[in-house]
Ligand binder design. Sequence first.
Ligand code: CAO
Length: 549
Amino acid sequence: MSQTQVTVPDLGGIDEVEVIEISIKVGDTVEEEQEILVLESDKATMEVPAPMAGKVAKILVAVGDKVSSGTPVVVMEASEQSVAEEKPEPVKEKTVKKETANGTSEQVESDQQTQESESSSATETEIEIKVPDIGGAADVEVIEFSIQPGDTIEAEESLMVLESDKATMEVPSPESGKIISFSVSVGDKVSEGDVIGKMLVTQSQAVDKKSEKTTDQATETSKPVKSPDKKAEKPASKSSSQNNEEASNTLTGKVHAGPAVRQLAREMGVDLTEVTGSGPRSRIIKEDVQQFVKTRLKQPSSAQVMGVVGSDEDFSKFGSIENVPLNKIKQVTAKNMVKSWSTIPQVTQFDEADITELEQYRKGPMTAMLPEGVKVSPLAFVLKACVMALQKFPHFNSSLNLDGTALITKQYYNLGIAVETPDGLLVPVIKNSDTKSIVDFAVESADLAGKARNKKLPMDGMMGGTFTVSSLGGIGGTAFTPIVAAPQVAILGVSKASYKPVWNGSEFEARLMLPLSLSYDHRVIDGAEAARFARYLCQLLSDTRHMLL
Ligand code: CAO
């Protein structure tokens, strides 16, 4: 297979450019016109496209190398098809011409010269800013302004950035002066010679520039168009413009990136001004954009970090305020609540259990049967009834899998109990609740509540809950809507029992009714199921003999 050396195309007057990106590796198969290298001068970033389709046999340069027109950069093995169709030159020519922004500013200068000489006595001269020679490319998009109208600018500093499919190029200011206005906007397409704005050039600068141009003209009588020699005559202006460019990068937040990177950023919705470039002179390379996206995807949103979105309003304008920092428990609770509330479509089912007999037993015969020091509140009965209901209705003892395609039902029963502590709400877990008696529940819940309030809960004391009970019965209230603790799918709220008139078929009877509030994840549990679960709890609590079954 024939080998072809790919060389740096004609740089149109630029002595040396830097290799800032190598887009291929040895062995890669590339298409004709596919980017193989990216070069950068002080004014333009240019892509070197493959002159033909083929395979990369050798890479002759490294990132950071300085290359000139004709420097061999890559050796390619042409594919059979491309050997037949080989036409390398036009592509190279096209690319290079687009990138010679430097020489093109001279074109603008000569256009303006007539106007300047006409008004050389004026203190300030208004000139039109035109698109310089962009290598014959037409309809090149304005992608960024480097300065604003009203700003002052040095000659050769960047005015705006244009982008074609192959190159990103800066339009340098033809003179030092003040920008009056731009007549194009981002997204507009421009071609060589198009008027893109107006600027005021001060007299002294105009005169200096004029004399400079006279010298240039004398030097260039045989070379009316830009030349490498002319470029070499102005090393000082080149380096000062480089410095200015770097300074203006910082001031304007201008993006330093090639067309391929800009294209990638557009596809991924990345704002390049937020990306830090790791290439030469902080240029943004493809990897920077990819890394930026990866990092952003891993980063939780600020709302997730906080767990809660509060207010940034300055309330002090309405009256005196105090800023009370939230402790860790309250912050974690807030986060969990936001997660549960925002991810679970929840509904609360209300019911009432007639605990008249239960309370007669609890306060009567039961007391004599209890081990010393053990106190049983209605909560212990509720916990026992919950385990039995969970065994009968396994959906309530489950979690939804990540993509919502399956229900993970658990064959273990760990009841969480919401405990109020001075620092906030904690939910210790009674492990293996299905093995506990009512007295066990009474003892363990008192023990865990005590530990929670004294900050003595073990590390795993709040982990692995499968269902939660939140009792406000000791405080009061008729009903409330507890929030399901994700990834659990249901929670039972218990309010204060009170005597109510209940119709027994022939008359109203005073019965002690315990309000129950069952919140559930409606993705997992249907309303009818929830009503049955709540009813079943009420039956168990209405006649404690059921709990013996
Ligand atoms: N109806 C009527 N009286 C009730 C009752 C009810 N549903 N539940 C409890 N009581 C009574 C008890 O029998 C006890 O009476 P005595 O003092 O006469 O014995 C009194 O109220 C206080 O009970 P308690 O609250 O100390 O004990 P408990 O077992 O009922 O509850 C615990 C323990 C840890 C759940 C509770 O102390 C607690 O912290 N509750 C707050 C939970 C909470 O904040 N939930 C909200 C979370 S947000 O969803």
